[in-house]
Unconditional design. Structure first.
Length: 138
């Protein structure tokens, strides 16, 4: 499965897409490598999200790319969680990452999906943005 960003999407989303797609193919490198890649992909996504969705008015291609990358990261994270649970938990690792950390990251991504594309009212979205980011929603 390869995610696809719109052709006119900014290069920032293309970088996120590359890292996500690399991770989807990295399963051959091993479970912990895939987990590390996902964490990196989430970080890239959050940086692009901040730049393209909060610090400026997002364009149509920004919104579509954001939504596509968000869905890919949520799915990728859920697959990792399923593997973690099938293995009886996350093994001890150099990152110090625990199952709860992965679960929390997936939950944050899901909350972002609801914030931007879900059932959240404009008033609630405005309130969350103001409280969390001290920003005005458009």
């Amino acid at each position: 499965m390869q995610t696809e960003v719109l052709p006119e999407a900014p290069a920032r989303w293309e970088a996120v897409e590359y890292v996500v797609d690399f991770g989807l193919r990295a399963h051959k490198l091993g479970f912990l490598a895939a987990l590390i890649n996902w964490v990196i992909a989430v970080r890239f996504f959050r940086e692009a999200e901040s730049e393209r969705m909060y610090l400026q008015e997002p364009s149509g291609p920004d919104r579509l790319s954001h939504q596509a990358m968000l869905a890919s990261l949520i799915g990728y994270g859920r697959r990792l969680l399923a593997q973690i649970h099938a293995r009886g938990g996350l093994p001890e690792n150099e990152m110090g990452m625990k199952t709860q950390d992965v679960d929390a990251m997936v939950e944050e991504l899901e909350n972002t999906r609801v914030q931007w594309y879900g059932d959240m009212t404009d008033e609630r979205r405005q309130q969350v943005l103001k409280e969390v980011f001290r920003a005005e929603a458009s």
